[in-house]
Ligand binder design. Structure first.
Ligand SMILES: NC(=O)c1ccc[n+]([C@@H]2O[C@H](COP(=O)([O-])OP(=O)(O)OC[C@H]3O[C@@H](n4cnc5c(N)ncnc54)[C@H](O)[C@@H]3O)[C@@H](O)[C@H]2O)c1
Length: 437
């Protein structure tokens, strides 16, 4: 099949590469010339495990190409996938300007029947808006060209995106055209060989499914973070509570780890957008408002622990930071909780030195030289008063604690991800603060 993917970011690039790898011919479009130049050379522009090899292989096999020319991509393709960003507006609603700009360009260049796929996360009713935008452009040209709009939200997770895309839990296809649904089913067939995990529904239900999924996951995080805070108050241990509740099959073990709040490019904006969709429809989304409120508090909670320990005076302190990205195995810094903690430390007059295995380039564009970036996890400890952990990268899980103790001025760790055993820390002689224990 010939496919155009418009927007070559985390979602578009992974989707384009995986569709190419399953034998399709894919043209990836991005409006950012620099990205396109790098992508043509096989430089994946984002950190995602396994992506670089797959990308290079498919460029070599001539199944994937990159361009800024949307006209050619639209004309040559049967399926056009929209995968541009939908950031939040100031009022929390989703900003649809990029999606609708692409829809307009599709309408200006469409030359025969196409399936237009909304893969971006978009509020309910967007498929209709995209369809009308394309129709308007076709009408301006006084032409009569058929097309269908399918809502196909993406559920991949950064860090495991290739696996998630090629072995999906489910594929949601929203639309009513049997012709388009058949084409979509064929497109995903290589990834669904063991069983048919395709759920066909109407466009609106597909659009709500994506927001509901992310909001429920965010709710799980906020719930566990709130219970963790309660554990601290009453002297219980969240680790024990977690396994106690997770053993109930109705609850499940996954996504029950407390931490320093959810971040990233999806949960924060998607929870906000769903609250706004509720508002626009006269419905107060009370649970989601609470999810957000708890998350905002949780992001500053680690800083408060640090400030309490030093009795509010951080002005002469230097902190070493392990982990900047919002989660491991990604370089994505969007809405990372580390931003809130580090900004609070800097505002309190502290010095911050940081190390992250892959996110430091993106972090430099946030802090420049306000934060000192180190070459590795031990280098960052030199001359620091204490260590603060934001991201649970594997390499932080079993460090050499004798080196950690040697390098820190005082052996203190503030761990936002509960990486270490409390008894071990006591035995090693580290003053250890974690979440809910
Ligand atoms: N990142 C994730 O983990 C993830 C997961 C599931 C869904 N989503 C959703 O997928 C969508 C894309 O997210 P992302 O993280 O890939 O975004 P991103 O910012 O990484 O990439 C978007 C790309 O679109 C390009 N673009 C914008 N307007 C364009 C235009 N008119 N023509 C061509 N290119 C254009 C940008 O230059 C950018 O490279 C969002 O709606 C997001 O909510 C993201």
């Amino acid at each position: 099949m010939k496919i155009a993917v418009i927007g070559s970011g985390y979602v578009g690039l992974v989707a384009g590469t995986c569709f190419a790898d399953s034998g399709n011919h894919v043209i990836c479009v991005d409006k950012d010339k620099d990205k396109v130049t790098l992508l043509k050379q096989g430089v994946p522009i984002i950190y995602e495990p396994g992506l670089e090899d797959l990308l290079k292989q498919n460029i070599y096999e001539k199944r994937i190409s990159f361009t800024t020319d949307i006209k050619q991509a639209v004309e040559e393709s049967e399926v056009i996938i929209i995968a541009v960003g939908t950031p939040q507006n100031e009022d929390g609603t989703a900003d649809l300007q990029y999606v609708l700009a692409v829809a307009q360009q599709i309408g200006q260049n469409i030359n025969n029947y196409k399936v237009v796929v909304n893969k971006s996360t978009v509020p309910v009713g967007t498929a209709h808006k995209v369809s009308n935008t394309i129709k308007d452009e076709i009408n301006k040209r006084k032409e009569n060209i058929d097309f269908d709009v399918i809502s196909n939200p993406e559920f991949l997770k950064e860090g495991t995106a290739i696996d998630d895309f090629t072995k999906p839990d489910r594929i949601v296809i929203g639309g009513k055209s049997q012709k388009a649904i058949k084409i979509m089913t064929k497109l995903y067939a290589p990834f669904l060989r063991t069983d048919n995990r395709i759920y066909v529904m109407d466009n609106k239900s597909a659009e709500v499914t994506k927001y509901a999924a992310n909001s429920l996951l965010a709710a799980k995080i906020s719930f566990m973070n709130e219970i963790a805070l309660l554990c601290e108050k009453v002297g219980a241990n969240i680790d024990q509570v977690r396994v106690g509740i997770g053993s109930d099959a109705r609850i499940g073990q996954k996504f029950l780890f407390p931490g320093i709040g959810y971040g990233g490019s999806c949960f924060p904006k998607d929870v906000k957008a769903l609250i706004q969709t509720g508002n626009e429809n006269g419905l107060k989304m009370g649970i989601l408002e609470a999810v957000e409120e708890v998350n905002d508090k949780q992001k500053i909670f680690l800083f408060e622990k640090v400030a309490n320990y030093y009795e509010g005076d951080l002005s002469a302190k230097t902190f070493a930071v392990w982990g900047l990205a919002f989660k491991p195995k990604t370089d994505d810094m969007r809405e990372a909780p580390s931003i809130v903690v580090i900004n609070a430390l800097l505002a309190a007059g502290a010095k911050v030195k940081a190390f992250d295995p892959v996110a430091m380039d993106n972090a430099k564009s946030i802090w420049g030289n306000k934060v000192q970036f180190a070459k590795d996890a031990y280098d960052v400890l030199n001359g620091a008063d204490a260590l603060i952990i934001h991201t649970e990268w594997n390499e932080f899980r079993t460090p050499d604690f004798s080196i950690v103790k040697d390098k820190l001025i005082e052996p203190v760790i503030f761990d936002g991800r509960n990486l270490y055993n409390l008894e071990d820390m006591l035995e090693i002689g580290i003053n250890y603060f974690s979440v809910g224990r």
